[in-house]
Design a protein around this ligand. Structure first.
Ligand code: TTP
Length: 348
């Protein structure tokens, strides 16, 4: 049976939340991030995007491109709370919801008689209650719904039907396909493959050779095929935080990022009442080479202090002084904290 799936993405999320809260910001270019020149931007509003500002850009660079830029210090607690409120409003209209990030979700609305009307109704309700605009994509699978929501940002609505699919997909640049990283893009462009219409000529084996398991996925996606269900009760196998930043080998700065990530990860674990037994540090250097290092614990951990201490330990042991452009930490081997406490108590 043909499904109807929508992907909802809040526009310039953190910046929009700040604009709604403070009317002095409206109509002006706004960035949310760290406030010092050495820090980077989390996001910018659409006004600031006109100056070519974007996420992960260092503040000093953003200021030089847009001298009138207003920088607001990010407040994760506030954005998390807002995100919970928005998702709970959406959930009151559709239970088949899969949250994929702080500001994005999929809904399976195959049971709704008027999917277009439903999508517009949701846009209106979210705007009325929170003053925020969202972009929505409607299609018959998750991959195309996400592609559609990205198409007409901000405040967009786009439908990709089966009939539209070839025109939209085949013209797409290969960089738009998830799983094709910058290195692979360069290799493909070298052999004259720039668009999906070129990529589609390659057989599955070639793609598997090039991308591993992901190759089969890419093979299907570029043909508009994606059978993944909207998973309403996704059991998370891991939780993590990662960010791209301006290439640096400044160890103090890198450690300060780990400090921030540890706080964020601890807050996420707290919210989901989880602890974990394996911590992984990921480092991507300026040549895009990724290295990961893990450490496992007999007793699960969850506090900011523990996460920070072990992240620093893994970092100090393995950092090779090369300039990094991305770093992340993730928690796996997750355990439910209540169960953990229970079994712990039972033992003593
Ligand atoms: P996105 O959905 O990627 O971006 P956005 O909502 O700001 O803008 P768009 O309208 O293009 O969707 O990210 C959601 C939030 O996550 C964003 O508001 C800030 C945060 N974020 C970071 O902190 N660092 C990053 O590098 C990115 C991409 C996002």
């Amino acid at each position: 049976m043909k499904r109807n799936i929508i992907h909802i993405d809040i526009d310039a999320f953190y910046a929009s939340v700040e604009e709604v809260e403070n009317e002095n910001l409206r109509g002006k270019p706004v960035a949310v991030g760290g406030v010092s020149d050495r820090s980077i931007i989390a996001t910018v509003n659409y006004k600031a995007r006109r100056y070519n500002l974007h996420s992960a850009m260092p503040i000093f660079m953003a200021k030089s491109l847009c001298p009138d830029l207003i920088i607001v210090k990010s407040d994760m607690k506030k954005y998390r709370k807002k995100s919970r409120e928005i998702f709970s409003l959406i959930k009151s209209y559709c239970k088949n919801i899969e949250k994929v990030s702080i500001d994005e979700c999929y809904l399976d609305i195959s049971d709704k008689k008027d999917p277009v009307g439903f999508a517009y109704m949701l846009k209106k309700k979210i705007h009325e209650k929170f003053g925020l605009t969202v972009s929505i994509g409607l299609s018959y699978n998750k991959f195309l719904a996400k592609l559609a929501s990205d198409w007409r940002k901000p405040d967009g609505f786009m439908i990709i039907s089966e009939a539209d699919m070839p025109d939209i997909l085949y013209n797409l640049d290969i960089k738009k396909i998830k799983g094709i990283g910058e290195k692979s893009q360069a290799k493909l462009r070298n052999i004259g493959i720039n668009k999906v219409e070129d990529l589609i000529k390659l057989d599955e084996e070639f793609l598997v050779d090039m991308f591993g398991k992901m190759g089969s996925e890419i093979y299907l996606r570029i043909r508009g095929i994606d059978n993944r269900p909207v998973e309403t009760k996704r059991i998370r196998k891991s939780m993590g935080v990662e960010r791209t930043f301006l290439d640096t080998n400044d160890e103090e700065l890198l450690k300060s990022y780990l400090d921030n990530y540890s706080k964020e990860l601890a807050a996420d674990l707290e919210k989901e009442n989880r602890a974990f037994k394996t911590l992984t540090l990921k480092m991507k250097d300026s040549e895009f080479k990724i290295r990961t290092f893990s450490k496992s614990f007999l007793n699960p951990i969850k506090s900011y202090q523990d996460i920070y201490k072990h992240s620093i330990e893994i970092f100090e042991k393995n950092y090779n002084k090369k300039k990094l452009r991305l770093m992340g930490i993730s928690a796996s081997n997750l355990v439910d904290f209540d169960i953990f406490q229970l079994s712990f108590k039972d033992l003593y």
